[in-house]
Design a protein around this ligand. Structure first.
Ligand code: AMP
Ligand code: ZN
Length: 485
């Protein structure tokens, strides 16, 4: 069975077929660059990156656009508060985003357009909508007339008659329909402004994505992504703009990732429970964030708490420990070695299972479960005890290549295993209020006691370390101790 994708538009899983054979035009709504991104904002970036990798695994050529919204009230407000130009704020936070994104170790997008670089395209787009009588102008302001677009509401399932305008916001009485939305508006004092046929002004929010998509990817795209909060009105309005202007299907597959909650609460500045991606990566690690997100299906709401984070640390430690064993066993010259046949077959079966999960609307949870099964099967071979054997060596190399290949597709398991396991231990030590120097010193004291054949002291020290949550790995010169997970 080929790739099946859940399409928000049809609310069903459907076979994936591209507009152009072998090519995928992919657009993901990017961040408004006025602050550091919080961990929730990174769910889309991480998921759609993996989606791109899987499409490439299926031999599609993917053209991936992730934009920066650099015209926005929040940017303007911050600029005014600091007494600088809005571009100073947006450029600063684009750089900060790039720092965080690079740290996540995700493959760069093919295009990262900024709205301010596309103003002429936006003006042209709005002009087309005015000419086609999809939009109308009042006092230098241009509105999209949703009544001119018959299928308005098809993405969100909202019916215009059911929408209750003015319940929470003041209705602009100049509009033909209270849900008509702004395409272009006059700039106020202190706001950035561009000349246009309707006077000096700036674009509304929704038009930027349609204009950038048209310019970079064309009239029709294959996949458009974003968080579920963007379905209405943002994406609904994008369809009205795109299809209103060209008469062609704007996007074939709409994909939306669910939200992230923190300790059972919605992350919000007013609650004060917002964790930036950067703070999370400093306290934990980028690998933990990616592993957390990908171990759950993207359409499942995810609640992050300490237990889940520790579960991810434990899971990652199992993967990296297996890679260490594979590295140790494969150090031997394995020329002429043969891969364990049963093991090879087991991995091939798991590979099929993994592909089935991924082709079922990108079920990364199932893919990770298959990789875990691969680790269990590898551990069961107990190659640690069969080192210096050409066949063990060939089998270890086979396993390592397997795990690293599929790990790469998820941007996981590419780190130096020893360093990474030490990093995990450091995180856990910090949680326990311990540090590496203290543990190392106790371990050294025990080594000395053993050297002097003072078995009683050695046992006491082992017990003391064990009570502290430290597990000794006698005989393992590379990793002599580990924090219990
Ligand atoms: P915002 O800065 O709130 O406009 O959000 C930027 C992007 O992050 C949008 O695609 C949102 O859908 C997404 N997003 C915001 N909050 C969360 C969250 N808690 N979990 C997942 N995605 C989120
Ligand atoms: Zn957008």
């Amino acid at each position: 069975m080929g790739l099946m994708v859940y399409n928000t538009l049809t609310k069903s899983k459907v076979p994936f077929e591209t507009i152009e054979e072998g090519k995928v035009r992919l657009y993901l709504c990017g961040p408004t660059v006025y602050d550091l991104l919080h961990i929730g904002n990174f769910r889309g970036a991480i998921f759609f990156n993996m989606l791109r990798n899987w499409l490439e695994e299926l031999d599609y050529k993917v053209d991936f656009v992730y934009n920066y919204t650099d015209v926005d009230d929040k940017i303007i407000n911050k600029a005014n508060a600091e007494g600088v130009e809005p571009s100073v704020i947006s450029e600063r936070y684009i750089k900060e985003f790039e720092t965080d994104f690079n740290r996540l170790g995700l493959k760069p997008h093919d295009h990262n357009p900024k709205v301010t670089d596309f103003i002429p395209n936006i003006i042209e787009f709005v002009s087309t909508l005015v000419e086609k009588e999809k939009a109308y102008v009042i006092d230098g302001e241009v509105f999209y007339s949703i009544d001119s677009f018959e299928t308005y509401g098809k993405l969100s399932g909202k019916k215009i008659d059911d929408l209750e305008a003015g319940q929470r916001v003041d209705v602009d009485t100049r509009k033909k329909n209270p849900f008509d939305f702004v395409l272009w508006k006059p700039s106020k004092e202190g706001e950035p402004s561009w000349d246009s046929p309707w006077g000096g002004g700036r674009p509304g929010w929704h038009i930027e994505c349609s204009a950038m998509i048209k310019e970079i990817l064309g009239d029709s795209i294959d996949i458009h992504g974003g968080g579920i909060d963007l379905i209405f009105p943002h994406h609904e309005n994008e369809i009205a703009q795109g299809e209103g202007a060209t008469g062609k299907t704007y996007c074939h597959y709409w994909m939306h990732n669910e939200f992230i909650n923190l300790n059972d609460e919605k992350m919000s500045k007013s609650i004060g429970n917002v964790i930036t991606g950067r703070a999370f990566m400093d306290k934990y690690d980028p690998e933990i964030l990616k592993f957390l997100y990908l171990s759950v299906h993207y359409r499942t709401m995810m609640n992050i708490n300490e237990e889940k984070i520790n579960g991810s640390i434990c899971g990652l430690s199992r993967f990296y420990n297996a890679i260490i064993v594979a590295n140790q066993v494969s150090q031997y010259d394995g020329t002429g070695g043969v891969v364990n046949k049963k093991f090879e077959e087991a991995l091939l079966t798991l590979e099929k299972k993994l592909a089935k999960g991924m082709n079922d609307d990108f079920n990364t949870a199932e893919a990770i479960a298959s990789l875990f099964e691969g680790v269990r099967t590898f551990n069961a071979l107990n190659l640690k005890t069969k080192q210096k054997d050409v066949n063990s060596c060939a089998t270890a190399i086979y396993f390592k290549e397997w795990i690293v290949k599929f790990g790469k597709m998820m941007s996981l398991f590419q780190r130096d295993p020893k360093e990474f396991l030490m990093r995990l231990d450091d995180i856990l030590l910090k949680e326990k209020g311990l540090d590496r120097v203290t543990v190392d010193s106790l371990v050294e004291q025990r080594n000395q006691a053993r050297k002097q054949k003072d078995w009683a002291s050695a046992d006491d020290l082992r017990a003391q370390l064990s009570d502290m949550g430290i597990e000794l790995q006698d005989g393992n010169l590379e990793i002599p101790w580990e924090v219990k997970k």
